[in-house]
Design a protein around this ligand. Structure first.
Ligand SMILES: Cc1cc2nc3c(=O)[nH]c(=O)nc-3n(C[C@H](O)[C@H](O)[C@H](O)COP(=O)(O)OP(=O)(O)OC[C@H]3O[C@@H](n4cnc5c(N)ncnc54)[C@H](O)[C@@H]3O)c2cc1C
Length: 294
């Protein structure tokens, strides 16, 4: 039998936040936000998650829309993977995010699954998270008492644990569009091309000036309890020209910063090998003179 819960569909953000504020505490209700439902409904059916009440976000106009201004890009929490693919400016504003949307699930899931829901499900294999980390994205968390901005790099506290309070919603995700002389890439390794859970997902950003790397970001997906940045590998690259030797050393360092497990999709050894090979490949592509002038 399907789990029982109440579903409310508020049309305003304040109303949604009021309902969420009923959550938690002694005798409080378990109230969960429902976006596309492509994670949550599956978890409810499998009884991995239970809730007294779901707050559907689909009718809240304030959570919709993609904005660009002064080089800053902001997507509302209602933005779906299909919205990312349909937006004509997104290929320039977030190339790695567009690539993750392209290889995400199948068309039906992309039409309802939101980027914010992907972040909030807390999966180490969530495909939009490495791209967003590589873009230094920030989340706006909103509760009845106001909003706070949290860098995505600080959001995850451990496996399926994050900084969001039960009475808060992620309302916006924002980042600076890549600068000229930079490249932002993502690669999803999975057991088949479509509708597959990621074995390893890597996103990189490389920016250059006068032949030196000014910014390096390497984000590792599905190889640790949370999606994470390989910060020591990044530090090896900044301020340097990215020679093949240096890229090789940084790719090996990225492996050191991963902690993959064996599971049904791949062995830990295969994942370590893939982190090395993909990090080296993406950094080499990103340093191409045509993209960053390296
Ligand atoms: C067939 C299939 C294929 C899939 N393929 C992929 C894939 O290729 N890559 C991948 O990464 N994932 C995949 N998924 C998983 C899922 O589609 C994604 O994680 C999706 O982005 C979840 O978004 P949603 O809008 O459906 O979230 P929901 O399922 O509605 O919610 C997910 C979680 O986030 C919380 N939440 C949602 N929105 C907010 C918000 N604004 N603020 C606070 N909390 C919020 C919910 O309470 C819930 O805990 C797949 C799922 C299915 C069923």
């Amino acid at each position: 039998m399907f789990a029982e819960f109440d579903l409310v569909m508020p049309s305003g953000l304040d109303e949604a936040l009021d309902i969420l504020a009923e959550a938690g505490g002694d005798g409080g209700l378990d109230v969960l936000p429902l976006a596309g439902g492509t994670n949550l409904v599956v978890d409810l059916r499998a009884r991995r998650v239970s809730a007294d009440k779901l707050v559907g976000l689909g009718r809240i106009a304030a959570l919709r829309g993609i904005e660009r201004s002064n080089g800053r890009v902001a997507i509302g929490a209602g933005t779906t993977l299909s919205d990312i693919l349909r937006d004509p400016g997104m290929a320039e504003a977030a190339p790695s995010l567009v690539e993750s949307a392209r290889v995400f699930a199948g068309q039906m899931v992309r039409n309802t699954a939101t980027v914010a829901g992907n972040v909030c499900c807390g999966s180490p294999a969530a495909d939009t998270v490495p791209p967003l980390l590589s873009l230094d994205a920030e989340l706006t968390l909103t509760g009845r008492d106001g909003s706070r901005v949290v860098p995505l790099a600080d959001f995850f506290l451990g496996y399926q644990k994050d900084q969001r309070r039960p009475d808060e919603l992620v309302t916006k995700i924002a980042w600076d569009a890549p600068k000229p002389n930079s490249a932002n890439l993502f690669y999803k390794l999975a057991r088949r091309k479509g509708d597959a859970i990621t074995v390893v997902g890597i996103a990189v950003t490389v920016a250059a000036e006068a032949g030196k790397c000014t910014t390096a970001r390497i984000a590792l997906g599905a190889v640790a309890p949370v999606v994470k940045r390989a910060r020591e590998a990044e530090a090896m690259l900044e301020g340097e020209a990215l020679t093949p030797e240096l890229i090789e050393v940084a790719a090996r360092q990225a492996v050191e910063e991963s902690s993959p497990i064996d599971d049904v999709r791949a062995s830990a050894d295969y994942r370590r090998h893939s982190v090395h090979a993909l990090t080296r490949r993406l950094l080499t592509q990103a340093w191409d003179p045509a993209t960053v002038g390296g």
